[in-house]
Design a protein around this ligand. Structure first.
Ligand code: NAP
Length: 205
């Protein structure tokens, strides 16, 4: 079993590339929920995405390592990218539950848009037993805009799904990729080592 941690944040995302919005989200969740560590988990082959449209997992992993190095509370896990096939979050959480043991509370953190789809993810009820979920909302996100059937499903788990507002999520990976493609600056949107990594490896051209 891995080191004893009472409350573990698991920051799931494609991170293509990781940016300051993700880092601010992880830090905000860590403080608000009293998490002892946050494990960044670059996704392997996401269930809902065409693998051809996503950068190589090793590039996304390396950028995540570079971005998180300076925060002693942050770690990066290869659990998703080293697994063959589609990476379903329920399988990831089962592995982490096994690694950390039943005394560790797991908090899965990701974008609110993704969280609102959980009811359609594989083994959705088990997911809510394995972990609590924290959805980070971008500026302009309105809770009122959640479809009624999603709201009714979420209402069954009042203490298991939480939303946090993250103004820094005005930054988005899609916008960063587009900026690189069109030759615009991404300075101050991603940590400097990530900016250098993107340039050196010719990503998003
Ligand atoms: P996505 O569809 O690429 O992203 C949805 C939205 O959330 C985007 O606006 C994205 O912004 C934002 N976002 C993504 N990760 C974030 C994070 N950690 N913190 C704050 N905002 C975040 O979502 P994804 O990255 O592919 O999936 C998110 C997580 O859910 C992954 O761990 C994935 O494996 C899991 N997932 C599981 C299932 C399943 O088990 N069936 C299905 C879907 C997703 P940016 O583009 O700026 O990041």
């Amino acid at each position: 079993m891995t080191e004893a941690v009472r409350k573990l944040g698991i920051m799931g995302g494609t991170f293509d590339p990781i940016h300051f919005g993700h880092l601010v989200t992880a830090e905000a969740a860590r403080k608000e929920f009293g998490l002892e560590r946050v494990l960044f988990l670059p996704s392997g082959t996401p269930p809902h995405k065409n693998p051809q449209g996503v950068s190589d997992a090793e590039h996304r992993y390396m950028m995540t390592v570079l971005a998180t190095l300076s925060n002693p509370y942050f770690d990066v896990s290869r659990v998703d990218i080293d697994r063959e096939g589609i990476s379903y979050t329920v399988d990831t959480l089962r592995i982490l539950r096994e690694q950390y043991g039943d005394d560790t509370e797991l908090y899965f953190i990701t974008g609110a848009d993704a969280i609102l789809e959980i009811m359609r993810w594989k083994s959705s009820d088990e997911l809510l037993q394995l972990a609590q979920f924290i959805g980070a909302t971008r500026p302009g996100f309105e809770l009122d805009s959640i479809p009624p059937e999603t709201k009714a499903w979420l209402d069954q788990y009042p203490d298991r799904v939480h939303m946090i507002k993250v103004p820094a999520l005005a930054i988005s990976s899609t916008d960063i990729r587009e900026r690189v493609r069109s030759g615009n600056s991404i300075r101050y949107l991603v940590p400097e080592p990530v900016e250098h990594y993107i340039r050196r490896n010719g990503l998003y051209k």
